[in-house]
Design a protein around this ligand. Sequence first.
Ligand code: GLY
Length: 352
Amino acid sequence: MKYIDAIDYKVEVGGLPQSSFSDYLAQYDKSNKVILVDENTHEHCLSYLITTFEELAQAEVILLPEGEDNKQLEIAFGVWEALTEYRIGRHDLIINLGGGVITDMGGFIASCYKRGVDFINIPTSLLAMVDASIGGKTGVNLGAFKNQIGVFSNPKAVYVDTSFLSTLPELEVLSGIAEMLKHGLISDADLFSRVAEQINNVKSIDSDLLFACIEVKNRVVVQDPLESGVRKTLNFGHTIGHVIEGHYMNTLKLSHGHSIAIGMLLEAFLSVELASLSQEEYLAIHHVITAVYEIPLFTPADIMAMVDMLDNDKKNKGGKILSCLIPKIGKCTFDIEVNKDLFTRAFKAFQS
Ligand code: GLY
């Protein structure tokens, strides 16, 4: 097992049976336990959890519909009703067993229910392991606007069991790898190269690499939990990536990581102009991303709609769109004003 100290909780990486999970559950011996799952984790992960830990034999299981388009307040509302029906109280425990949709939405549901009940995250997707389950960002989308409604609220613990990775389809692994590439791009050129190599071997994720990415994420979050400064760098690729993901949510249904990969490419394009990223490094990023993440055919109407959505980015201030850019691979700056004409130009550069 490997351990990381997060803000006021621990992230344990390795197998759940070897972790402190069972000891942790002992604190909730007399409490109700609720496991939130989606259709995928219900099928592939739940029985492993409840047969390995007899403490969970009586847990209530709440099944949520899978997918980013279901990360909506209406679904959270249904869960709050179910928790009420099960008489779940403030001293009970919610266990989020799933990918980023479940950890984001489950954290939000737990944090608002009766003004907050304890929750822990057991991420089952690569993306949730290296990013979503850590750092206390919880929330739901509002239509196409990503994570528009939410709160910062930390889990009591995060247990990363890498055996769940074997349940993932390749597209899901690639979604997680995009966030790992981001961790390299913003903080460590060598890490970026190592993750880029991992793209050729999605069937077997290097656990040291996974751990290194979790460390990057955690290090940034610990410095700036509420994103008033350096945590904004974790949003590299997300200003554009979020509007891509939202715009195509009900049509192409691009995964979060796929959208962010395209967002990173376009923001790297902007970085050449606005942050002196060298052409050579830009081409290296272009090569890695375009080899696996297909770029949709942006029509003029798509571009106009997505650029319009940028007005609602959470990082905006004083009516300005503020983005993260990379002056070089391994370094990220934030709060850089980028006007809509430049964003339009970036989308148009990838039109064909
Ligand atoms: N996923 C970006 C962050 O947690 O800050």
